[in-house]
Design a binder for this molecule. Structure first.
Ligand SMILES: *Cc1c(COP(=O)(O)O)cnc(C)c1O
Length: 392
């Protein structure tokens, strides 16, 4: 079955819901039992790692199971859990597999709040984090210690777009008994299949492409069969769960993910190629461009590119940049991405990175190509560059 077909069917069960095409939104906390026998049987079943019982709103409802089943199928993992945000999913995944005294390896290009979680939360619980060069590949062997319990990858980095050699990193990690956790948000479950590349735990900020309309916060963690029981037990003990309306928006978003992503990819490439020819642009950071340093790995491991990439401008005064950005009509200035609308936002990796310092002379702008007409987007950028030139 192709992913397009999967997206149309995954998690659905019309016969369970009076024939309704979509799974209903279950608003539920309390679940009632008709007898003492039923109540006690539930207590036995809910201890099983594969239990799908509906016992209490926090522990799973038909709405959350539908969304989680669909994501697990698409990522190619065993089971998925959903979370109130992508960052909550990242934190829960790390807490599930790390303990005091463990060592963690994290890519220097990782999403900045993930880094803050390692530095400010994990550190307090006795987990030591070492950041590594995202381009390290099999060289990660030199950083592995006897106490290294996990390696965290994000490929490509969602600000600077280095593509990581995930299979090479996973081979080393597994050889040393460490797990591989991956933030797979950029590619979505459609364009990178984490479990085919050695990942044990795959994370989505579903807020981005899965929800796809900039109107809900949602995260997922998908586990291989081997690590699922540990994940489930840890998350259950923490009490994290996503709200039913947001889960529904996640399910709704999945149905159109393939067509939206194809368009994001296409428009992103049209913009990237056009931007490459602009005299104001020093560099375009987009792994699907043939001369990008990550292109060969991207071509080997990925099935497509999403609409998120970056450009490095030649040095410009701040006032000129403000004139360019403030006047854009179709590009919103805001964080996040993955919605239908185009975005552009300055990023500052030079303030964050420690292992592969960011030393570009000009500003770094991250662009999310939305679903607008590429011609309108290019015209908007062209007028922006004209303002930039006038101000210089
Ligand atoms: C946005 C984002 C997250 C966090 O997701 P939220 O739902 O905003 O908490 C994690 N990883 C990446 C790469 C992101 O872009």
């Amino acid at each position: 079955m192709d992913d397009e077909t999967r997206l149309a069917s995954a998690g659905r069960a019309p016969r369970d819901f009076h024939g309704a095409v979509n799974v209903p939104v279950y608003h539920a906390s309390t679940i009632l039992y008709p007898s003492l026998d039923a109540l006690e049987a539930m207590h036995l079943r809910r201890e099983e790692d594969d239990s799908r019982d509906v016992t209490y709103g926090r522990s799973g409802t038909p709405t959350s199971y539908a969304f989680e089943d669909a994501v697990a199928e698409l990522e190619g993992g065993y089971r998925t859990l959903s979370f109130p945000s992508g960052l909550a999913a990242i934190g829960a995944a790390l807490l599930a597999f790390l303990k005091a005294g463990d060592h963690l390896l994290v890519s220097d290009s990782v999403y900045a709040p993930t880094r803050a979680f390692c530095d400010h939360v994990l550190r307090r619980f006795g987990v030591e984090t070492t950041y590594y060069d995202p381009l390290i590949g099999a060289g990660i062997a030199a950083l592995m210690r006897p106490d290294t319990a996990a390696v965290f990858v994000e490929s490509p980095g969602s600000v600077t777009f280095e593509v990581q050699d995930v299979p090479a990193i996973a081979a080393v990690a597994h050889d040393r008994g460490a797990l591989v956790l991956m933030d797979n948000t950029w590619a979505s479950p459609l364009y990178f299949k984490p479990f085919e590349h050695g990942v044990d735990v795959a994370i989505q900020a579903a807020t981005k492409y899965i929800v796809g309309h900039s109107d809900a916060m949602l995260g997922t963690v998908t586990a291989s069969k081997a690590v699922w029981p540990k994940l489930r037990r840890s998350v259950r003990a923490q009490g994290l769960c996503a709200g039913p309306d947001d889960l529904y928006l996640g399910l709704r978003g999945l149905r159109t993910l393939a067509v939206r992503l194809a368009r994001h990819q296409e428009t992103g490439l049209v913009l990237a190629r056009w931007l490459k020819l602009r005299p104001e642009v020093a560099r375009v950071l987009h792994p699907a461009l043939p001369d990008d340093p990550g292109h060969a790995l991207w071509q080997r491991d990925f099935r497509g590119a999403s609409g998120l990439f970056a450009i490095e401008l030649k040095p410009v005064p701040r006032a000129a940049l403000a004139l360019m950005l403030d006047g854009l009509e179709h590009f919103g200035m805001g964080y996040s991405w993955g919605g239908y609308e185009s975005l552009i936002v300055p990023q500052h990796p030079e303030k964050i990175r420690t292992i592969r310092p960011w030393t570009a002379a000009g500003p770094l702008l991250r662009i999310h190509a939305g679903l607008e007409s590429p011609e309108d987007l290019i015209a908007d950028l062209e007028r922006g560059f004209a303002r930039l030139g006038q101000a210089r």
